[in-house]
Write a protein that binds this ligand. Structure first.
Ligand code: CP3
Length: 358
């Protein structure tokens, strides 16, 4: 399967810092509620979780944005919380609220009971979705698999859902660092097994979402988030460069740590919009590719403003990267929101390709 040549390999080439004809673009949350066809399929499934757990329907919503826009990659439709769900915490979505767990982590004894789920039984529906999507993509564009970072997953496991100040998980880290490291160690084992299994099932690139790393102080970030990202980058199979699925480490608020992230062994670092791409490229210094980083809120502005900001981001990257556009994957700095306009998303994708043509 992995030997099938791709019709469009811009994204994989850019991750390896090889020359491409245009800067590739995909968007975090490119499949989601801003698309009416997504809302229809979700209604057919009954709920978000039933949609994510149905490989045929998960495949359908993965492909929906690609039918509308000439995106250069597909991303598996799933969620970062499938892993703790498979560890027995009981994921659910209360109406109008974010994700929640029936059995959050409350004590060191809860942590001792956790084990690494079996990827082909407990998370079989994810691997079936990856296989189905690869078959349906039929070599058109590469498929991205993903996981949450250990720290970000642990935030939800300990808080029991979203949080304003992460008081429970930060208190655990401060009061009982050994228990916190035990939790992060088990989650990291699960994340590595999960990413390897997605690659084996057909994912051609892998992204780790460290969405909440940026809520930590620098010393806590290095101890409780970075260390585990480094372990993931080190322990995923190296391959010979062409057989390894390139790894993207995305984090919100990760700009103070670009040096360490670029030295981790990952192929690319994903950044949010609070750092200029030129600055980021200078600091990365060609060690990895860079992914990002338009402020998603730009999509509420006019198509003309979107085009101007896309051009600014593309040129900023080029100027910081020694005059070359190579090694850039265009994306937002975080995900699309449900009230964004599909027409504006189309304007963004077109602008990236037009303004970056070599
Ligand atoms: O990018 C994609 O198109 C792939 C699909 C994807 C989803 N979640 C689908 C989803 C990915 C990559 C994620 C990752 C994810 N999930 C993260 C990390 C990235 C980020 O956005 O920060 C986090 C923190 C989660 C946890 C999570 N899942 C939250 C906080 C929510 C509720 C947010 C909301 O918009 O309601 C979810 C649910 C979720 N995951 C939705 C989607 C499309 C919305 C559910 C729905 O259809 O009602």
């Amino acid at each position: 399967m992995s030997s099938q040549p791709l019709a469009n390999d811009r994204f994989l080439r850019a991750l390896r810092r090889q020359p491409v004809d245009r800067t590739p673009v995909w968007l975090m949350r490119q499949a989601g509620r801003y698309l009416p066809e997504y809302r229809a399929t979700r209604a057919q499934a009954g709920s978000f979780l039933q949609l994510a757990k149905n490989p045929e329907l998960a495949c359908e919503v993965t492909l929906q944005p690609l039918r509308r826009f000439p995106l250069d990659a597909a991303i598996l439709f799933s969620d970062i919380l499938t892993v703790p769900d498979a560890m027995g915490l009981g994921l659910y979505f209360a109406d109008g609220e974010g994700p929640k767990f029936e059995r959050p982590i409350r004590s060191a004894a809860d942590i001792d009971k956790l084990g690494v789920p079996d990827m082909e039984t407990d998370l079989r529906y994810v691997m079936d979705a990856v296989r189905t999507i690869r078959r349906e993509l039929n070599g058109s564009v590469p498929l991205i698999g993903f996981s949450g970072s250990p720290w970000t997953i642990a935030c939800y496991m300990v808080e029991g859902g979203g949080s304003d100040n992460y008081s429970k998980v930060k208190s655990l880290a401060l009061n009982d660092p050994a228990a916190m490291h035990k939790l992060l160690g088990t989650v990291t084992d699960a994340v590595i097994a999960y990413l390897k299994a997605q690659h084996a099932a057909g994912a051609q690139a892998l992204q780790v979402f460290d969405t909440w790393g940026g809520v930590l102080s620098p010393s806590m970030y290095r101890e409780f988030s970075l260390r585990y990202l480094q372990r993931i980058a080190a322990e995923l199979p190296r391959g010979d460069g062409e057989t390894r699925a390139p790894l993207i480490l995305f984090g919100k608020g990760n700009d103070p740590y670009l040096d360490e992230l670029a030295a981790s062994g990952a192929e690319a670092v994903g950044v949010d919009w609070t750092i200029g791409l030129g600055d980021a490229a200078r600091r990365i210094g060609g060690r990895t590719a860079l992914q990002g980083n338009l402020d998603p809120v730009t999509l509420y502005a006019s198509p003309e403003a979107i085009r101007r900001e896309v051009g600014r981001a593309l040129d900023d990257y080029r100027d910081g990267n020694g005059g070359s556009r190579e090694g850039h994957v265009f994306n937002l700095g975080h995900g699309l929101s449900p009230d964004m306009s599909p027409e504006h998303v189309g304007a963004l994708v077109a602008a990236v390709h037009e303004l970056s043509a070599r």
